[in-house]
Design a protein around this ligand. Sequence first.
Ligand code: URA
Length: 199
Amino acid sequence: MSKLSSKEKELIELENKIRNCTLCQLSSLRTNAVPGDGNYNAKLMIIGEAPGRNEDLQGLPFVGQAGKLLEQMLNEINIKREEVYITNVVKCRPPENRDPTEEEIKICSPYLFQQIKLINPQIILLLGKYSLKTILNINLKISYLKGRIFIKDDRYIMCTYHPAFIIRNYTNYIEEYRYHFYKLKSLLEKLSTNPKNKV
Ligand code: URA
């Protein structure tokens, strides 16, 4: 068995800490906490909102309908799910899939910040307004900033709609969504051919 790097060990420890977390009320309602899943050396990290029913049952992020669409969009730009790291702002399912509260986000987000620090992705894709607020501290609807790319802490941060929104509004938004993923692909390609990581 290959030896784990200290980064891998720290991420595994962090994920276990999240699985056993009891810092907020959501912990008492969960089946499983959902720390995140994917490649610890990912260039791309994807951040959603909070686990839903399927995620709570399986302990994995984006494994329901929204996850299917996300995977489909990634596949369209030749990215396999296993290449990226996927997680959420809040790691336990809010009851009835309600929005996470400010308090829950405040308590849970240090885990996300720690994951970003350890994985150190070149690009973060934010899905929906809760990740936008948590990562960029911008309290606006996604529709104002969708497809825009920001730079923070030397990394690129792109925001787009949450896939659940696209499922609900498929015919009106799927082409725009696809365009955002192609923009993401082009950013990844530019970064892989430019050693200084500047585009
Ligand atoms: N929606 C999210 O924001 N995250 C998931 O993991 C699943 C659905």
